[in-house]
Design a protein around this ligand. Structure first.
Ligand code: SF4
Length: 423
């Protein structure tokens, strides 16, 4: 038995209500079970309970053993003074309020069906990665898809909160907000931190002013990234450095430490040098990224991202001074999809909410529905349990479900868990 399960039983009244009586034999009727409180204080507030002839309004506290009242020091806490009912699994000690009056107590043990208890045990004690895997077949597809749809919106709403913070810091500057969010994802897992630092140190307007000159864009990005601090021999490096010296004093730019960038443990094709060159090329091609990917976004315009490449120097280099075989190094399809899923869709949703545009909010979801599902261990795990992600909207929902519910064992708060228990 767990306290969370007792909360669930009380909240959904999943116990025998017939002839419900307090320990001192007064008849009990639950008129309102109250609001589940997830913060400090009693478990349910604003409940309405008839005990004997009187109707009481106040709080309900729930414990496995009544003695937990003292173990949790509620007797000294003013928040518990308005407790009108103590709901326990086992009554092993009478409990009084601060005035010394016995708090009416009801016992749930013996009132909850064995089948519900065993379903709960089976769910929570299961050692599978997806604890409900044995019972998933009892939940119909419509209920699963409803729940996943809700989780997708919750995931977007959570990302909106992060974007709101950036939007405030940039003093409501849409272009800079998008640039910062885009750069963070453009660093992917390994170089997200320096990419973010770079975007915070470089006003997108400066890049926009230089958008027609790919060389200047590279000098700005490599320079603020701190990657022109080294002492390399190549002519291209020398020119970039010279150009950046001029840009740095013109715009008063601050560089980030070059040692933030990680080159180890990633394939050369993902080196930050190539990413910065691709970013410069993207700005060179698209100009105002916010307009292209948010304000005037059209789903078909995705096809423009695959044209993002590196400048000619980087076609024969992965780092300065080390020449390599000629190779085109476009941004890969998976990287593009990642950016569309993690940057463009949340930003469309945020923008739509901020300006009251349903069109942009719907576009955020349409985009996810049209993109292929991601492929990672979370999704492979679900597919082994016959839940397949058909699109990025499904994969995003399943990632949300896994991270926010399954991993934290929150089956009692999960739409699928509730269906399994309540059947
Ligand atoms: S949280 Fe939901 S989906 Fe995850 S294991 Fe529990 S019941 Fe299943």
């Amino acid at each position: 038995m767990s306290e969370d399960f007792l909360h669930y039983i009380w909240k959904h009244k999943l116990f025998n209500l017939h002839n419900l009586r307090t320990e001192d034999e007064q008849e009990v009727m639950i008129l309102q079970e109250g609001f589940h409180n997830h913060n400090s204080g009693p478990d349910f507030s604003n409940a309405k309970i008839q005990i004997g002839d009187l109707i009481w309004a106040g709080n309900v506290e729930i414990h496995i053993n009544s003695s937990d009242w003292f173990a949790h020091n509620h007797q000294e806490d003013p928040l518990y003074q308005k407790t009108i009912l103590h709901v326990v699994w086992v009554n092993n000690k009478p409990v009084s309020d601060h005035l010394g009056n016995i708090i009416p107590t009801i016992i749930l043990k013996g009132r909850v069906s064995n089948s519900l208890i065993s379903k709960f045990d089976h769910l929570i004690l299961n050692r599978n990665k997806i604890m409900c895997s044995d019972s998933l077949h009892t939940v119909n597809d419509f209920e699963i898809s409803n729940w996943l749809g809700r989780l997708l919106i919750e995931r977007l709403e959570r990302k909106v909160l992060e974007l709101q913070e950036i939007y405030q810091v940039t003093k409501n500057n849409w272009e800079q907000t998008f640039f910062i969010s885009f750069c963070k994802n453009f660093g992917f897992k390994t170089n997200a931190e320096p990419m973010l630092a770079l975007s915070r140190n470089l006003n997108f307007i400066i890049l926009l002013k230089n958008k027609d000159d790919l060389f200047k864009l590279e000098s700005l990005l490599f320079g603020v990234a701190g990657l022109l601090d080294g002492d390399f021999k190549d002519e291209y490096f020398t020119q970039l450095k010279k150009e950046f010296t001029h840009q740095k004093s013109k715009y008063g730019l601050q560089c980030i430490p070059s040692d933030l960038w990680k080159f180890g443990k990633i394939r050369p094709i993902g080196f930050p040098t190539l990413r910065l060159s691709q970013l410069a090329h993207l700005i060179h091609m698209q100009g105002n990224l916010f307009d292209s990917f948010v304000r005037e976004f059209k789903i078909e315009s995705n096809k423009d991202i695959p044209k993002v490449n590196v400048s000619s120097y980087w076609e024969t280099h992965y780092t300065f001074d080390k020449e390599s075989k000629f190779k085109k190094k476009p941004l890969g399809t998976k990287s593009i999809e990642n950016l569309l899923i993690n940057t463009v869709s949340p930003m469309l949703f945020f923008y739509g909410k901020e300006i009251g545009s349903i069109h942009h909010q719907e576009l955020a979801i349409d985009l996810l529905e049209k993109l292929p599902a991601e492929n990672n261990f979370i999704l492979r795990n679900w597919s082994q349990n016959n839940i397949f992600a058909e699109s990025a909207s499904d994969s995003q929902s399943l990632i949300e479900l896994t991270n926010r519910f399954c991993t934290l064992k929150k089956c009692l708060n999960c739409g699928i868990g509730k269906q399994i228990l309540n059947k």
